[in-house]
Design a protein around this ligand. Structure first.
Ligand code: ASP
Length: 305
């Protein structure tokens, strides 16, 4: 038995604000990312390999605010955050505020597997990447017209925006259960348009944006990072299952539909547990999302209903 879920960000994504062509593009990308992950799980591969491969696919796709399609900082550069965690041994790796890294999730994995640390940031993280044959790209690789326009708009309005257009959060993530009963989760983002001062959100913070534990669940979040940090959202889901005996769905709903709503945190999460359950829960108007389980058709959705 295996399961896989992915997200491409949550926010004010409504059918009326989306052209049919754009909707098809997003759905095709989500479907392809699911296929990439499933091809690994189907053949007995690990949940870790599957979530990383699915997120690498989404990082390479310019539609999402991660890797290639990352939003711009106030200085007109792209600062990327990512994290990964495995549920069998609670090993984790994360990277914050790195530039020119093609696939930040691969760097997060290298930190988990080849360093004695969990979280590396900025220049030091890039120096480490060079020791690990991690691919770098030029500034131009990350310069999409769409994101530059968002930065210009944000500068005019004088604010910091979460994937600016219609308050859409474009972070990507994946969670999976493999045939061996192991869970894994990862998340990758460009953060907020027009961000300053080395701002880092929840995505590279283990316990906030990402968490995995075979005893409970694998979780990847997307939304307004400041609130997800303060709510320690991913670990809170795990805690509610471990200490309060809640089911996966109950725990996700409590955290996203009650606690985050009360706090003012817009967004959502994807989660799977070791029993094969999958939960995709969000309190925003939409969340790019997809899921599949062994033996059943994959499902890709964008809006609430
Ligand atoms: N959580 C991410 C951040 O705050 C943004 C997102 O999910 O789109 O950096």
């Amino acid at each position: 038995m295996y399961t896989l879920a992915i997200h491409g960000g949550a926010g004010t994504i409504t059918k009326s604000s989306m052209s049919p062509e754009k909707e098809l593009l997003y759905k095709a990308a989500l479907n392809d990312a699911l296929k990439v992950g499933e091809s690994i799980l189907k053949n007995g591969g690990s949940s870790l390999d599957a979530v990383v491969a699915a997120v690498v696919f989404l990082e390479d796709c310019p539609l999402f605010n991660a890797g290639r399609g990352a939003v711009f900082t106030a200085d007109g550069v792209n600062e990327l955050d990512a994290s990964v965690m495995r549920g069998d041994n609670l090993m984790a790796g994360a990277v914050a505020g790195v530039k020119n890294i093609r696939n930040p999730v691969k760097l997060a994995r290298a930190i988990m597997e080849h360093s004695e640390h969990v979280l590396l940031a900025g220049k030091g993280a890039s120096d480490f990447a060079r020791t690990q044959s991690i691919a770098f790209e030029s500034d131009e690789y990350f310069h999409t017209d769409f994101r530059l326009k968002q930065l210009e708009e944000a500068r005019l309005e004088g604010g910091t925006f979460l994937d600016h257009t219609e308050k859409k959060f474009g972070t990507v993530g994946a969670v999976a259960l493999d045939k061996h009963g192991n869970l894994a989760a990862c998340t990758s983002t460009g953060g907020m348009t027009n961000k300053r001062f080395g701002r880092v959100g929840d995505s590279p913070v283990i316990g906030a944006g990402t968490y995995a534990n075979n005893q409970t669940a694998a979780i990847s979040c997307t939304g307004h990072g400041e609130f997800f940090l303060r709510g320690v959202v991913a670990y809170d889901v795990s805690c509610l299952m471990e200490y309060a005996g809640l089911s996966l769905q109950q725990a996700c709903e409590k955290v996203i539909l009650e606690k985050q709503v009360k706090l003012g945190g817009e967004g959502g999460l994807i989660a799977v547990d070791a029993k094969g359950n999958i939960s995709l829960v969000f309190n925003s108007e939409g969340m790019y999302r997809g899921k599949l389980a062994e033996g059943s058709e994959s499902v890709v959705e964008i809006y609430k209903e």
